[in-house]
Design a protein around this ligand. Structure first.
Ligand SMILES: O=P(O)(O)OC[C@H]1O[C@@](CO)(OP(=O)(O)O)[C@@H](O)[C@@H]1O
Length: 448
């Protein structure tokens, strides 16, 4: 029997506090500030908090695209003037963004390396009712710095098209110029909320963090690491419910699903596992994922963990129905879900937005972890994939994530590399397009 109300919606920005925050990056060049800024923005966007990075370098480049290191010499008055103007322009745009576009978290990506500059930022923000959170990245590990310098040489527009050797030596001189005036956040700045990250989180100093949003951000930032690792994602093998087109439930895997489970250890090896690497397997608490992971054995370097948070999106009263049955028994709901699949919440169940909220601790843990394979479900996998690949909310619930396919994600400094490995084992398709109740077709080996 259809109930009188279609699915329940949450407000678009489900936040418990109303603070607006400017995250102010602090640190010498090549200390990973832009990397932290980019990741924090992706994380905030994923949890539905409007966030934007304001990179002062981009404002400076509009006037001085490829300056030499001398431009950054503190005694170069013209250089100083132009850099101050760039900071001012970034600040103006940022304040406008808070005011006009309902921004919630801005990230001011620049060296902000003097007390005087930080004081100015704190005052401008306070006058506009915006809180500041200073994030200082300190790094004295020469290997880390050299890696960052090499990264900058190949990615920064400041050195595009230039001789790589000359670019590195100019960039080192630029860092030297900043070192002449750089002041770490000091005792006299204790009234600011700040976090100091020393050598990418090996030591973390936290000061005056009070509100909920800042604490979440600090917790996220302090968990980041840059050790090379991969994350493997797989749906469970084809299930009995998948075979009959039913959603939800806790059915076992089918014969072909079992074949996939048996093939998974080899598929993992084929995807490339660095030698002597321990891999942790995360499954949901539902039968189909546990069965799929059962041949990844401890004696071959795998360790297992079951997470309730990885259980499939709860389809409430629709659990156990086919899409066809839902469209007949709950036509309004069926339409409402198609109209806004991310926000639609099943009666007595969940929406994609709800799933993202319960996956937040998973993402935090993933950021802290090294090599992990996650064996989970269609909707949950879409949400995790969307975090890594920066997929917008309106697209993520419609993504195709075929059965019997292993996805290997390898996060890098400026993006995540993706490779897919299909097992040669046929499976039904559970993917449904907008406006239709049909799925459930046979696809050739390896899904589609
Ligand atoms: O959000 P949609 O596209 O309906 O996909 C989620 C559905 O995927 C399914 C399969 O149709 O997951 P699962 O792979 O765990 O079996 C359903 O159980 C679940 O409701």
């Amino acid at each position: 029997m259809p109930l009188p109300l279609p699915g329940i919606y949450l407000p678009v920005n489900e936040q418990s506090d109303t603070s607006k925050i400017c995250v102010v990056m602090v640190g010498l060049p090549a200390r990973g500030k832009s990397l932290i800024a980019g990741k924090a923005m992706r994380y905030l966007g994923w949890v539905g908090i409007p966030a934007r990075v304001f990179n002062v370098g981009n404002y400076r480049r509009s006037n001085t695209p490829q300056p030499q290191a001398t431009f950054f010499d503190p005694h170069n008055e013209e250089g100083e003037r132009m850099r101050r103007a760039a900071a001012q322009a970034a600040m103006t745009d940022m304040l406008q963004w808070f005011k006009k576009d309902q921004g919630v978290v801005s990230i001011l990506d620049a060296t902000n390396s003097t007390k005087e500059r930080r004081k100015w930022i704190a005052q401008e923000c306070a006058a506009a009712g915006i809180e500041t959170l200073f994030v200082e990245s300190i790094c004295d590990d020469e290997d880390l710095i050299t890696n960052n310098i090499l990264e900058v040489k190949t990615t920064s527009p400041d050195y595009k098209g230039q001789d790589p050797e000359l670019a590195v030596s100019d960039f080192r001189k630029r860092i030297g110029n900043y070192q002449k005036v750089y002041e770490t956040i000091g005792e006299d700045e204790k009234s600011y909320p700040y976090v100091k990250l020393i050598n990418v989180g090996s030591t973390v100093i936290i000061n005056q963090i009070k509100d909920y949003l800042s604490s979440r951000l600090v917790y996220y930032i302090q968990n980041l690491h840059i050790k090379p690792r991969s994350i493997w994602l797989s749906r469970h093998g084809e299930s009995q419910y998948n075979l009959t087109g039913r959603i939800g439930g806790d059915s076992s895997i089918s014969e072909r699903g079992e074949a996939y489970a048996r093939a998974l250890p080899e598929l993992m090896r084929k995807s490339g596992i660095p030698e002597n690497t321990k891999i942790v397997i995360w499954t949901s608490t539902l039968r189909r994922t546990i069965q799929t992971a059962r041949h990844l054995k401890a004696d071959t370097g795998f360790e297992k963990l079951e997470w309730k948070a990885l259980d499939e999106l709860d389809s409430g009263v629709c659990d156990g129905l086919t899409y066809q049955e839902i469209s007949e028994q709950y036509p309004e709901d069926f339409k409402a879900r198609d109209d806004d699949k991310y926000n639609y919440r099943y009666r007595g169940g969940e929406s994609y937005r709800d799933v993202v909220i319960r996956l937040e601790p998973i993402i935090m843990e993933l950021e802290r972890s090294e090599n992990v394979i996650i064996v989970t479900h269609q909707a949950v996998l879409r949400c995790i994939y969307a975090y890594f690949m920066n997929i917008p909310q309106e697209n993520s619930p419609w993504m195709e994530v075929p059965l019997h396919t292993l996805i290997k994600l390898t996060p890098g400094a400026y993006g995540t590399d993706e490779k897919r490995f299909k097992a040669d084992i046929p499976a039904v398709s559970t993917w449904r397009g907008k406006g239709t109740s049909a799925t459930h077709q046979e696809f050739p080996a390896g899904g589609h």
